[in-house]
Write a protein of this length. Structure first.
Length: 146
């Protein structure tokens, strides 16, 4: 009957709340998604950033969870380091140097520094663009609290 179904559904709901509750991280992500549905403009941008960070944090936490048996080999390999067999049978000198962490040539260091400079310039340009867009949003939607 309808009353029996209602009673059983209540029992199931109570059981789920007690034993199958979501971790706090998932509740936070759910709340951020609910807020994101209603947000616009600058608030939406900020919520997207927070949501992205929360999802990355949960993915990282799951990837390195020591209680998850699927992660056992990955975590153990990172703690121990590269195996001796891999070092002995690498075959190519360049790969051996990379695995053993040998000193890089000066040419490589110069190349890396140039690459870092280029990346920093691009990053600064992106920062300037974001600041300009945020200023436009402030102008369009007005500043809060005034």
């Amino acid at each position: 009957t309808f009353d029996d179904a209602f009673k059983w559904m209540n029992k199931i709901d109570k059981f789920e709340e007690k034993h199958l509750s979501l971790p706090l991280e998932y509740r936070v992500i759910g709340e951020l998604i609910n807020r994101l549905k209603e947000a616009t403009g600058k608030d939406r941008f900020i919520l997207l950033q927070k949501l992205n960070r929360a999802v990355r944090l949960v993915e990282w936490k799951e990837a390195y969870d020591p209680n998850n048996p699927a992660n056992y080999g990955v975590i153990q390999h990172e703690q121990v380091g590269p195996s001796v067999d891999l070092l002995e049978h690498a075959g190519f000198e360049k790969e051996k140097q990379i695995i053993q962490g040998a000193e890089n040539d000066d040419d490589d260091e110069d190349f890396l520094e140039d690459k870092d400079d280029v990346l920093l310039e691009k990053l600064n340009a992106i920062d300037r663009q974001i600041e300009q867009k945020l200023l436009e949003l402030d102008h369009t939607f007005g500043k809060k609290g005034k």
